[in-house]
Design a binder for this molecule. Structure first.
Ligand SMILES: *[C@@H]1O[C@H](CO)[C@@H](O)[C@H](O)[C@H]1NC(C)=O
Ligand SMILES: *[C@@H]1O[C@H](CO)[C@@H](O)[C@H](O)[C@H]1NC(C)=O
Ligand SMILES: *[C@@H]1O[C@H](CO)[C@@H](O)[C@H](O)[C@H]1NC(C)=O
Ligand SMILES: *[C@@H]1O[C@H](CO)[C@@H](O)[C@H](O)[C@H]1NC(C)=O
Ligand SMILES: *[C@@H]1O[C@H](CO)[C@@H](O)[C@H](O)[C@H]1NC(C)=O
Ligand SMILES: *[C@@H]1O[C@H](CO)[C@@H](O)[C@H](O)[C@H]1NC(C)=O
Ligand SMILES: *[C@@H]1O[C@H](CO)[C@@H](O)[C@H](O)[C@H]1NC(C)=O
Length: 671
């Protein structure tokens, strides 16, 4: 507890009222304004200021509403408690201002879900020995005072703060003010300055898109606020160093608060289309290169955790590098890390025998089985090789023949995967080359998404995947009873990628829609996983020994954010920085949709709206670029009347109405 001199108190209050600033002493390198301001900004969850107060005061045990905040907040006797509800997920350090009539101890306990309000925080320390418990401030005597959480006790993800009071002296405490200093997205002065946007006719989809974006913000953290390792037996500490720079993307707001490349498989594309924060991505990738092992393998997770032995996460670091390069064309980053990149590709490609990757680094996303000729890992290797072939053409340091060599390896692998792992009677890939009856969600989704299959085979797999569906999301055969929004993010993109729009929207609404409206959830972020019975205890049988350990703000669940932009609005980059882009909207049951994002070349934006007799499309892309536009037909096989800026379009009828447009502004009508 710190009792400040009144003058200091006044000074620090006046500093805190400066509305927009970055975290602590960090230089503000983030954007200063949103790139696409508009009516959709009301859906943006990000607070307008780095300092925030609660929205409501609740009582224990059930969380009944006592008052809006501010309101009376007396802790009148020993054991009294109040719950402060911020109304959305937040993270950082709390300052409590109070008056008391005598000595005692103030306790602060945190939870993401409403289920765990009370004097025990939800679990985050990772040891499963003792609880996270609470942090305490000592009140020495009567009068006005102030408690500021120490930096090490930073709480990275919570919506609810329980404040409780123990006193042997019969003293009374009145909470005068609760103030949070937000730590996440530390280099941004304006937390709402998103570089991308999305808006459509379905409010729930909009909420999910913005919840994904906000989740990613809560996962972009100061590099010295990682979870402590070795893990603590009791309590928590978030003062570990995670990597270079000022801001870094971790797996979750509350925990693990470590860099996890597999999670970046979803989080990186979603960050690009929404917040546009690729600084945190670069630092996360850089730390993986910095800690590459002598044999060429990457750690499974960044420091201080530095878990090893995961072939799949090794490959996600390479795929993450491809995505980062696609969006930024940061050649300095690639040149610096190129030798390591090439060694890492060789490391994993050397594990191919008899045509298939034989996994020996068996750690993975939580699926039960991994090792040997595992299907999921082979799908990921195919994508690693095809993307590495592109990356090799983006640096002058690569030998000229290397891209071709990666492409040849990829092509042979694709043939072997289809020959050795496909199980025709099930229209699915099996888990490996044994006679297993397990047809996993992950490998089958990735096979479609990464183009390992095409045509009728992809369509058949898409249908087979629906057999796993429960009313609240797919139960993966490789981790039954659990729902993984991480793996389901790939499944979602897979259905969209072959134009199974209605199926994809159904999956999105039943899975993410269930959580976003859950009364006990954060209603602002995306959960790491949950159970098919609708309880939170994801991985209960697979290492998560406390159901409150589950993270309710996990970037690996943000697949809908990129999927809605890429497939519903239909906007994507095809070549680095969007030098080539595509607009391929899918309408589904929606009436309109629009989206935008930014690269160094400028703003990319598109939108469509159904009208009487057809629909209208707007496109705005930087001059000097070129795009592939594929628009839905109005009736199968019939070329509609298409006008571009008032003139008849030069379009051809193929999968849709296809045309190539140079960067610029277009109004297209289709009737
Ligand atoms: C929310 O949590 C409370 C308390 O744990 C529980 O009784 C209630 O069933 C939960 N609501 C839902 C929809 O799961
Ligand atoms: C982090 O905080 C804990 C708890 O106060 C402390 O034991 C540990 O030494 C700190 N670690 C670092 C790196 O400062
Ligand atoms: C105050 O409450 C705490 C916890 O609720 C309890 O352990 C303690 O015995 C109480 N002290 C007194 C003096 O009642
Ligand atoms: C093949 O997959 C099944 C199902 O996941 C698993 O039980 C088995 O251990 C795997 N076999 C090998 C050789 O990896
Ligand atoms: C798969 O193929 C489609 C159609 O050719 C293409 O648009 C898409 O980019 C490809 N996806 C990948 C991951 O290569
Ligand atoms: C996608 O499917 C919709 C209807 O299911 C159809 O109208 C549209 O033309 C298809 N688009 C492409 C590019 O195949
Ligand atoms: C497209 O239409 C909008 C209004 O709907 C108009 O403001 C804009 O100038 C038009 N752009 C072009 C390139 O014709």
């Amino acid at each position: 507890m710190r009792l400040l001199h009144p003058l200091l108190l006044a000074l620090s209050f006046s500093l805190e009222t400066t509305a927009q600033r970055c975290w602590r002493q960090l230089t503000c390198t983030g954007p200063s304004a949103p790139s696409f301001p508009g009516p959709w900004d009301v859906q943006n969850f990000a607070p307008a200021s780095r300092t925030l107060q609660p929205k409501r005061i609740l009582s224990l045990p059930a969380g009944a509403l006592l008052s809006q905040y501010p309101g009376p907040a007396p802790l009148s006797r020993n054991g009294s408690a109040l719950v402060f509800d911020f109304g959305l997920l937040v993270g950082g350090l709390i300052t409590l201002t109070y008056t008391s009539t005598g000595p005692g101890r103030i306790g602060l306990a945190f939870s993401e879900a409403r289920d765990y309000i009370g004097e025990w925080s939800d679990a985050s320390n990772g040891r499963f020995r003792g609880p996270d418990g609470a942090v305490y401030g000592t009140v020495n005597g009567g009068g006005r005072g102030r408690y500021v959480m120490p930096d090490w006790a930073l709480r990275g993800g919570f919506r609810y703060l329980t404040v409780f009071w123990t006193t042997g002296a019969g003293a009374r405490l009145e909470v005068q003010d609760v103030e949070l200093e937000i730590a996440f997205q530390p280099t941004w002065a304006d937390l709402r300055a998103y570089q991308g946007y999305f808006h459509c006719s379905d409010r729930m989809l909009n909420r999910i898109w913005y919840a994904g974006a906000y989740t990613l913000q809560t996962n972009a953290v100061p590099t010295n606020t990682g979870r402590m390792v070795p893990m603590l037996n009791r309590g928590w500490a978030n003062n570990a160093t995670l990597g270079p720079g000022d801001s870094i993307i971790v797996d979750g707001a509350k925990r693990d608060r470590a860099v996890w490349p597999g999670d970046m498989g979803v989080a990186v594309p979603a960050s690009f289309v929404s917040t546009g924060d690729l600084e945190s991505v670069r630092n996360a990738l850089q730390v993986m290169f910095d800690y590459q092992n002598k044999d060429g393998s990457f750690p499974e997770a960044g420091p201080p955790l530095l878990q090893q032995n995961s072939d799949t996460y090794h490959m996600w670091t390479l795929i993450g590098t491809y995505n980062y390069m696609l969006y930024t064309d940061d050649t300095a980053f690639l040149d610096k890390n190129w030798a390591k990149f090439q060694r890492a590709v060789a490391y994993i490609a050397d594990k191919v025998e008899d045509g298939l990757l034989h996994v020996s680094g068996t750690r993975d996303w939580a699926r039960w089985g991994q090792g040997g000729p595992n299907a999921e890992a082979n799908m990921i290797l195919y994508h690693t090789l095809t993307t590495a072939a592109l990356v090799a053409t983006w640096t002058s340091r690569a030998p000229p023949s290397l891209a071709q060599s990666y492409t040849v390896q990829a092509s042979a692998l694709r043939t072997a995967i289809n020959a050795q792992l496909y199980d025709p009677p099930f229209n699915s890939f099996k888990d490996n080359t044994t006679r297993t009856a397990l047809h996993p969600q992950d490998a089958n989704a990735l096979a479609i998404l990464f183009n390992i299959t095409s045509g009728p085979r992809s369509a058949g797999i898409s249908t087979s995947l629906t057999k796993n569906w429960t009313p609240i999301g797919p139960s993966p055969p490789e981790l039954p009873g659990n729902i993984s929004p991480f793996i389901t993010s790939f499944e979602l993109a897979a259905h969209f990628s072959i134009n199974q729009t209605a199926r994809a929207l159904d999956l999105l609404r039943r899975t993410w829609g269930w959580y976003i409206d859950h009364p006990n959830g954060t209603q602002s972020t995306l959960i790491e996983g949950y159970r098919t019975d609708g309880s939170w205890g994801y991985r209960r049988e697979r290492g998560y020994k406390d159901e409150s350990y589950v993270s309710h703000a996990h970037g690996w669940s943000a697949g809908p954010t990129s999927a809605l932009t890429h497939y519903i609005a239909g906007l994507d980059v095809i070549e680095r920085l969007g030098r080539r882009w595509s607009v391929r909207p899918q309408f589904g049951d929606l009436r309109f949709a629009e989206a935008g994002f930014v690269t160094r070349l400028g703003k990319f934006r598109t939108g469509w709206r159904k009208v009487e007799g057809g629909y209208d499309v707007e496109i705005e892309t930087p001059v000097g670029t070129e795009g592939d536009v594929v628009l839905p037909v109005l009736s199968a096989g019939v070329m509609p009347t298409v006008m571009v800026n008032g003139a008849a379009a030069r379009a051809r009828l193929a999968a849709g109405v296809e045309m190539v447009l140079p960067g610029g502004r277009y109004n297209i009508t289709v009737r």
